[in-house]
Design a protein around this ligand. Structure first.
Ligand code: ADP
Length: 594
């Protein structure tokens, strides 16, 4: 766990409230002028709005003092003028608020993308791409809505409420005190509600999900239910789920039935108090009638901003949870940065040899799954790693590809620790080939240049030809053809060829081939096996062999069992030594006479 975040094993971190406050402040400071403008404009708009009740009070006092139509007209004109100014200022404040919100949410998005791109593959794989996607879509969108709409709304409401209260205090401090005492009911009712609401709404949501799931599974498994005569059991289960829904719904309704009337009463109490006290003060000549009316009107106005704050409170809570998840990424481990030293200095690998020395590895919170692996792979060698499921072959392949770092021990290429190589340099040394042949949105050229940014069209065509891909030439715009959902769709073998052409362009000296994940669906296998053979040619190949004929064809075989290399040698050596490999070979050979 990093300071400022909390994190369950294997999950992406979530930022702590103290970090969130700092992050929000930092975002505001980045656009401090707009934020200050937003506050100032809102304050002016609210100030213009406050003039209305006060002028109305003046009209009443003027009429009471025997003032004529001229005085009334003058004040009425001033009221209309103030309303117009308020309208213009409010509109302008909204514009400034929207711009501030959009710019700030763009910053949140950009920072999120930077952080996601800096995440090591192993962290994303362990946390699951679903978590990253949800944070990048739902959570970022929720933060953006808050920044653009909810945040400014609440801010405006807070400014309004404070100004209105200030105006009441200015008219008479006794009226102000009366307002604060009356409105304190909202604070207590709100606190009572918020303490219970979260759990009640979560329970209601969970009960609804259970019911929906029960209904869906009952409908989809209707025939099975009928066949096994389970109707009564399903009906009872559904009835119980409906009852749970009813109970949880009643609970949330009860909470609202306490909160809403309490809030309504709290709005009325200060008005009644002001009218009663104001009446007495007026009778004793201590307060003008206009002042009493203006105060009562201000207090009626107070309900609008307070309503906004109460309504938005829940959304603010949920988007602050989203913000915590978005900001949490800042506490995830970072992928190694590209080395600062220029190529050719001692950071760069001296040759193509891969060495593992005393390598131990443990997944988060678990014991070691690799127990001291020593292995050396020569340039141009074909090494097959075999062993039963769970022996640690895939874990080893991820360490060899620099995706994970060993807990202790070293994995080096040409003497340089593989995890210290930046992505550009690493890509030219070792590439792990898996079944994931992702087609990126963009043109065929964009998809290829990912592997070699400076490659010319001739080199791109040569790479495609090397993997037997002729289809790009037949596309309407050749290398400029857009791929993806809105453009040209590729079938499985084309996508794999594109991925393999990328490997040709990256031109690593070593390929790690995890057969379990590099295996293809039978319809594309023939095509791609040929392309794969072309890619493997002339390179060091470390194959995690699940088919023994791959091992048979290799220069050397390492047998893994329980996180250790237990046997080591050529196929013939291992068969002669009559160990685990020989037994495996005999059983496989016995089943498949060639
Ligand atoms: P193989 O490729 O030989 O089948 P693996 O490298 O996948 O073996 O697994 C080696 C050991 O590590 C196994 O005990 C497996 O349960 C464990 N393991 C693999 N992946 C994870 C993971 N993501 N989290 C925790 N343990 C894992």
């Amino acid at each position: 766990m990093t300071a400022g975040s909390q994190q369950a094993a294997g999950q992406l971190p979530i930022a702590e409230p103290s970090h969130l406050r700092r992050a929000a402040l930092e975002l505001i400071c980045r656009d401090a002028r707009a934020f200050a403008g937003l506050i100032a404009l809102n304050a002016l708009a609210v100030g213009a709005g406050l003039a209305g009740p006060w002028l109305l009070g003046r009209i009443i006092d003027a009429v009471k003092a025997g003032g004529g139509a001229t005085a009334v007209d003058r004040f009425t004109l001033a009221i209309v003028g103030c309303a117009a100014v308020q309208l213009v200022l409010t509109r302008y404040a909204r514009l400034v608020g929207d711009r501030f919100g959009e710019r700030t949410s763009a910053r949140v998005r950009e920072r999120f993308v930077d952080r996601v791109l800096a995440l090591p593959v192993s962290v994303v794989e362990r946390a699951g791409t679903g978590d990253v996607t949800t944070r990048g879509s739902t959570d970022v969108a929720s933060v953006a809505v808050t920044l653009r709409d909810i945040g400014p709304d609440v801010l405006i409401a807070v400014v309004q409420a404070l100004f209105i209260l200030g105006a009441v205090f200015a008219l008479d401090p006794l009226f102000g005190a009366c307002a604060v005492v009356g409105l304190s009911g909202i604070y207590f009712a709100g606190r009572w509600y918020l303490r219970r609401a979260r759990r009640a709404y979560l329970a209601e949501g969970a009960a609804n999900s259970v019911l929906a799931e029960l209904m869906a599974t009952t409908a989809s498994g209707a025939r099975t239910i009928e066949a096994f005569g389970l109707q009564q059991r399903r009906i009872s289960a559904c009835q119980a789920a409906i009852e749970r829904c009813r109970r949880t719904r009643m609970r949330t309704l009860f909470l609202r039935s306490v909160l809403l009337p309490s809030v309504d009463v709290s709005y009325v109490i200060p008005v009644v108090g002001v009218l009663l006290i104001g009446g007495v003060l007026h009778d004793h000549g201590a307060m003008s009638l206009g002042g009493v009316v203006a105060s009562a009107m201000y207090l009626r106005q107070l309900s609008a901003p307070l309503d906004t704050i109460l309504q938005r409170l829940e959304q603010l809570q949920s988007s602050s949870a989203s913000f915590a998840r978005v900001e949490g990424l800042g506490h995830a481990p970072q992928a190694p940065q590209a080395p600062q030293a220029p190529a050719g200095t001692d950071c760069a690998p001296a040759d193509d040899r891969i060495e593992l020395t005393g390598v131990r590895y443990a997944y988060d919170g678990g014991g070691d799954v690799l127990h001291g692996i020593d292995l050396s792979v020569k340039e141009g060698e074909r090494l097959a790693i075999v062993g039963p499921s769970g022996a640690g072959k895939s874990t080893l392949s991820r360490l060899l590809a620099g995706i994970d770092a060993p807990r202790t021990g070293t994995v080096t290429v040409g003497g340089a620790p593989i995890r210290d190589l930046g992505p550009d340099l690493l890509r030219r040394q070792v590439v792990l080939i898996t079944q994931e042949h992702h087609v990126f949105l963009g043109t065929v050229r964009d998809n290829l240049l990912i592997a070699a940014q400076t490659a010319t069209d001739t080199e791109l065509h040569a790479a495609l030809a090397a993997v037997g891909a002729e289809w790009p030439d037949e596309l309407p715009d050749g290398l400029d053809t857009e791929l993806g959902a809105a453009g040209q769709r590729l079938d499985g073998s084309q996508a794999q060829q594109l991925a393999l052409a990328r490997v040709v362009l990256a031109d690593p000296h070593t390929l790690i081939l995890d057969e379990a994940t590099a295996l293809l669906d039978p319809s594309t296998a023939r095509h791609t096996e040929r392309a794969l053979a072309a890619v493997l040619k002339g390179r060091t190949v470390i194959a995690i062999a699940h088919r023994l004929h791959t091992a048979h064809d290799a220069d050397r075989i390492a047998v893994m069992e329980g996180g250790r290399i237990t046997e080591h040698g050529t196929h013939d050596d291992l068969v002669t030594s009559d160990g685990a490999y020989a037994a495996l070979w005999r059983s496989w050979h016995g089943e498949r006479p060639s």
